[in-house]
Design a protein around this ligand. Structure first.
Ligand SMILES: Cc1cc2nc3c(=O)[nH]c(=O)nc-3n(C[C@H](O)[C@H](O)[C@H](O)COP(=O)(O)O)c2cc1C
Length: 312
């Protein structure tokens, strides 16, 4: 059975990646999980400098999901390269680094620095974090902003460039197209949905940041729809995510058009989820007499539904 997939020049042993911000820097899980059994580990979002993030409360549980406003707390790129990458190399992980900037120059500088570091396999460009005021999502909410960040980064790196898109736009497919036009090797989607929760007794927002990003199973059907729309708009590979908690969920994203998938919030519920996902995928392939998981990508059959739609 062949579970491997290709994201541009990046070859993954299987389509399952740990999503940014939900798996630390990867090394924290190494005692519990063989990182080589994951398609890739996506790092927590890195800025040039360390950041403290927002004060608590930063996480709130919501029906079928969670709301977070961490504010991109992180150790910064230099400490990541010095302290985390050597261990990740030793562990044999495939490392995708999630980078965040307040300005275009910061993104370019981060891409330059990481391109010279040994053990970095791809860059995921975070132009979609809803929890910071400056930069980031401001780029990801506009066609020009997306195009400019991606094309500037492409000029300074040989690594695959994967902009991560926000769902907080009217037409995510047009943003994916702008990324493709700028030379992106793939796109990943979705980041979290802007959301809010209020404590009715105190009448205060539950998060210190007032608003945050919603993730988990609550967002899955919206994320699947967005992957499906992007698949129709671009030719580059799509990495899908949003509420994946079972093999069936992961397969749904692949059938909608994702070549690979990321698992975020579900890690907080079950850190050992990976073997269950792999086993479930293999069982599906056996049941459907498939030898290559890559053959599943984008195979959603809408033909009969479209006919029903036209005739009703
Ligand atoms: C606590 C937390 C921290 C996150 N941090 C980042 C981050 O640093 N960079 C990023 O691109 N996405 C970040 N995300 C978004 C996830 O990577 C993912 O896009 C989103 O949660 C949807 O997937 P899920 O429903 O499987 O969690 C974070 C999500 C959560 C819940």
């Amino acid at each position: 059975m062949d579970l491997s997939v290709e994201i541009g020049s990046l070859k993954l042993a299987n389509p399952l990646m740990a999503a940014s911000g939900c798996y630390g820097y990867g090394v924290e899980y190494a005692e519990a999980v063989d990182l080589r059994s994951l398609g890739a580990v996506v790092s927590k979002g890195l800025f040039l400098k360390p950041r403290e993030g927002h004060p608590p409360e930063r996480i709130v549980e919501t029906p079928s999901g969670m709301l977070n406003a961490i504010g991109l707390q992180g150790i910064g790129v230099h400490r990541y390269i010095a302290e985390k990458l050597p261990e990740l190399r030793r562990l044999g992980a495939t490392n995708v680094i999630n980078i965040c900037g307040s300005t275009l120059d910061e993104y370019v500088e981060l891409a330059r620095i990481l391109s010279d570091a040994e053990g970095v396999h791809a860059l995921e460009i975070n132009i979609s974090c809803p929890n910071i005021k400056e930069g980031g999502i401001t780029f990801g909410c506009s066609l020009h902003g997306t195009f400019d960040v991606v094309s500037a980064i492409k000029k300074v790196t040989h690594l695959p460039v994967i902009p991560k898109l926000t769902p907080n736009v009217t037409d995510v497919a047009s943003i994916a197209k702008a990324a493709e036009d700028a030379g992106a090797d793939a796109v990943s989607l979705v980041n979290t949905f802007l959301a809010m929760a209020i404590d009715v007794e105190s009448r205060r927002p539950k998060l210190s940041n007032i608003v945050g990003g919603l993730s988990g199973p609550a967002i899955r059907p919206i994320a699947v729809r967005m992957v499906y729309e992007c698949r129709r708009a671009v030719k580059i590979p799509i990495i899908g995510m949003g509420g994946i908690a079972t093999a069936t969920d992961a397969l749904e994203f692949m059938i909608a058009g994702a070549t690979a998938v990321q698992v975020g919030t579900a890690n907080f519920v079950d850190p050992f989820i990976w073997t269950k996902l792999i086993d479930g995928m293999e069982a599906y392939m056996t049941r459907h007499r498939m030898s290559r998981i890559a053959d599943l990508v984008g195979t959603v059959d809408t033909s009969t539904r479209e006919k029903q739609w036209v005739s009703s």
